[in-house]
Design a protein around this ligand. Sequence first.
Ligand code: F6P
Length: 365
Amino acid sequence: MARNKVIGILTGGGDCPGINAVIRAVAKTAIHDHGWQVIGFRDGYAGLVLRQSVDLTNEKVSNILSLGGTILGTSNKADPFRWAESIDGKLTFFDRSKEALAYCEDLELSALVCVGGDGTLSIAKRLSDLGLPIVGIPKTIDNDLSGTDVTFGHDSAVATATDAIDKLHTTAQSHHRAMVIEVMGRYAGWLALSSGLAGGGDIILIPEIPYHVEKVCQTVRHRASRGKLFSIIVVAEGAEPVGGKKVIQQMVPDSPDPVRLGGIGKVVGNEIEKKTGIETRVTVLGHVQRGGSPTAFDRILATKYGVGAIDLIEQGRFSEMVSWQNGQITSVPVSEAVGKLKLVPPDCELVGTARSVGAIFGDGD
Ligand code: F6P
């Protein structure tokens, strides 16, 4: 048994349910199975640059399996290669990657486990190109990371969104209203598609299938003419009309991915009310989707990912990301996971299933 090996872990990007389950699995397996020491870095890559870390003892990772968020903190801004600082009121960027690497060297890290989505793992890849032994774990509620069938956090977000759709259903029915619910998903519509299907959405609008607003209104009208006086419309924040654009809510200049979307739900809701005369309400689910306890599926997946990451380190297989493919844990080079988002193929089985039960995507349908 290897003794006194030190490994690190950081959690980057937007939080999601299941991160603590991963931290717990990584630490417990490293400590119990191998006798290694585990260091957790605070707030994603900020902890590497600012030298902020914590010893993840067995006690520290105890009782966190069902806890939402991340006990380490996270950041979707901190990038050692593009470190933002305000100098005389002007945002200035610095390359502080050497400082990050120096901290890892001082701590005598044998490996760094990077838990995150495309942004976090792209940075991990750049650090690995500079010689840092890294292993990736795929995380995001959007499920848009390539190289894996599913990211942890997605199932929990789908459950939250589905629960919200169920609740909107009853009030929509009582008031004979059209209810629009805007869910997250900037470029990929997996969350809208799955929750829309699970919640029985009548209309599902996703970024990969641009919609005709007339088609959406026609569906609401047609339902009303058949005595269905309410409609449920699930809209991904990144959905866009044919020939139109995404609705930007805010720009975050010090973020590597500065665009924050939001507002398409309101746009769609206004059109429906104006064109059909049916009273319409809009709900933006927002960050509720990233909070709360992970589902049982996510707890198990996160635990498998954590154990899988330690297996990779033990075998000396670095620059790889643990991945879930065809119902089992495997791994892929991190380079295959980043830089190209996994979008919903418009002709995929899930879209076909939704269409079969009458859901409308607002395209030719
Ligand atoms: O990538 C995950 C995600 O939740 C997106 O779905 C969403 O657009 C974005 O993060 C929101 O980021 P922020 O936490 O900066 O508002």
